[in-house]
Write a protein that binds this ligand. Sequence first.
Ligand code: 6GU
Length: 264
Amino acid sequence: MMRIDIATLFPEMCERVLDESIIGRARRAGKLDIHCHQIRDYTLDKQKRVDDTLYGGGKGMLMQADPIFRCYEAVCQEVGTRPHVVYLSPQGEVFTQKKAIQLSGYDHLLLLCGHYEGVDQRVLDEIVDEEVSIGDYVLTGGELAALVVTDAVSRMQEGVLAGEECFMEESHWNGLLECPQYTHPAVWHGREVPAVLQSGHHANIQQWRREHSLENTYRKRPDLLCKAQLTAKDKLFLRRLKERIKAEGAAAGVASPPDEGEEQ
Ligand code: 6GU
């Protein structure tokens, strides 16, 4: 079973999220071993302080090296080996499904959440294996990022998702967005479920799903098509789709969508 430790000043916040839904269920079922640690518990300071002013001056406070290092040591000692240590920071490599797959291969991760203005560089140099960001925007701390990474990595572990939720089939796994999906009733507010999906004709349904997955990706995230694995049939469909959209756009007098998603 994979183990994930989260070192944070807000372990209750992390626990609240990780107790719920699919991750919570998996933890209770013994499919995931997740531990949240209060970094403050590892300080030797009588006031339990974990931050201090910057050398060289400047506004704000920095998390000190020692409490973080002692937390790391406690985790190493408990497990008997060293975890792969990830520091969540806006300076990190941007998190993608590819990175999630990579991280899901480790037996044991330690996710370190920064706060205040950051963390003393020396403890980062000493224990961190890689730095990860969840996108180009600024958060108040690494907790939400650690939770995002924990969720994405956890759902790939065996026994975490039920059979019908299997992660192999969906967005960002094959590199394409999903097709539109429908459930009962067949007509709602005058909108009907596409006839082919009600037909029971398996091959036609498969083709409809593939084409709409391609169309969704082309319209919403054309950049993803560059990396997706496309068959000759997919590429033919996309060429025709582009022509259709161009013709529709010309008729309506609007500019064509960006053309980033050219086939390889
Ligand atoms: Cl990992 N931390 C913070 N503070 N902000 C972020 C982030 C991480 N990833 C994106 N923005």
